[in-house]
Design a protein around this ligand. Structure first.
Ligand code: RIB
Length: 339
């Protein structure tokens, strides 16, 4: 049933058009019960009205939720700093949940956050959004801003960094150091950050007429332990003929260095290693890396969420922040370069 209502502080035709993507005239015809509007159109407009009232009646809890995939990874608490900076000066309290990168757990924590009445959610996706997450986003029952990893949903608010460009620059730097045999150490397959970094790495290598073969790409999962294990196993075989390793995050880069040092392989004299993120452990270890502006990422996501809480009809936006190369001492001229 389509609501009939006067325009006294209730959703206007323009607001409903913005919420549904239909034109104002289509919304007007649907509301006047004109026969020539499709049932599905009327249904969508009807649910938009329910959403509107749902939002209007949501008590102002003063709470925003944050869902991250791996609390043990220093990168995510570092983004939390930026989020909390903005949330606390704006009078909001943060509640944080760890999804362990599990879509099932994402649904559970997102549902609980809605139940307790959060006013909005900042969401680092495990990769491919579940149907429930898609419904929450399309219904607008609570504003969601996605951060860092893309959930494969169109028309969302999304804050990330230039993952392709960042890893492209990392490979370019190793190539300027005359490395020709570079091993790529990849993070969690299927995440947008991993996919884009691998593409950037391949692009730089192909530009240097050094096409990347399957054997040159190791799959890990962004953790120190997995990064260590896959490089250790490669070193145990007799296939390690690389002079450099480009890792898709610092945790794995540091794990790789542990494996190399166990085999008495010196970094960077024999093998150069570059990481990605610039977590505190990178500076402590002298790791050359690609710095992600994680505090700014968190701040921008929170500003966007608070703006959407205030006005659910502001345009959605994608923000891609730049990365920078941080030069330390884990990279040197290729050990097989003879000038
Ligand atoms: O270290 C974890 C990685 O996964 C980071 O590079 C971040 O971008 C996330 O996608």
């Amino acid at each position: 049933m389509i609501h009939n209502f006067a325009m006294d502080g209730k959703p206007t035709l323009k607001e409903l058009a913005a919420m549904t993507g239909f034109s104002v005239s289509t919304v007007s015809r649907a509301l006047s019960n004109a026969e020539k509007v499709k049932y599905s159109t009327k249904k969508r407009i009807d649910s938009a009205i329910d959403e509107y009232y749902g939002r209007k009646n949501r008590t102002l809890s003063g709470i925003i939720g944050l869902i991250v995939p791996d609390l043990a990874n220093q990168f995510f608490p570092l983004m939390l700093t930026g989020i909390d900076n903005v949330a606390s000066i704006s009078g909001y309290t943060l509640i944080l949940s760890n999804s362990d990168g599990s879509p099932e757990k994402e649904d559970k924590v997102l549902n609980k956050m809605i139940d307790i009445g959060v006013e909005g959610v900042i969401f680092v996706s495990s990769g491919n959004a579940t149907d429930f997450t898609r419904q929450v986003v399309s219904s607008g029952i609570v504003p969601v801003v996605f951060l860092d990893r893309h959930p494969c949903i169109d028309g969302i608010d999304f804050i990330t960094t230039g993952n392709y460009e960042g890893m492209y620059q990392a490979a370019r730097y190793l190539l300027t150091l005359k490395h020709r045999r570079i091993l790529y150490l990849g993070g969690k397959p299927g995440t947008s950050t991993e996919n884009e970094r691998l593409s950037g790495f391949k692009a730089a290598m192909e530009e240097a007429a050094l096409p990347v073969e399957e054997r040159d790409v190791l799959c890990a999962d962004f953790s120190f332990q997995k990064g260590y294990e896959v490089v250790r196993d490669l070193l145990c075989g007799n296939r390690f003929e690389y002079t450099a390793i480009a890792a898709a995050n610092d945790n794995m880069a540091l794990g790789a260095i542990k494996a190399l040092q166990e085999k008495r392989i010196s970094v960077p004299d024999q093998v150069s290693v570059i990481g990605y993120d610039d977590i505190p452990g990178a500076e402590f270890s002298g790791l050359t890396t690609i710095k992600q502006p994680f505090v700014e990422m968190g701040r921008r996501a929170t500003y966007q969420l608070l703006a959407t809480i205030k006005d659910p009809f502001i345009p959605k936006q994608t923000v891609i922040l730049p990365t920078t190369v941080v030069f330390r001492n884990s990279c040197a001229i290729a050990s097989d370069y003879t000038g």
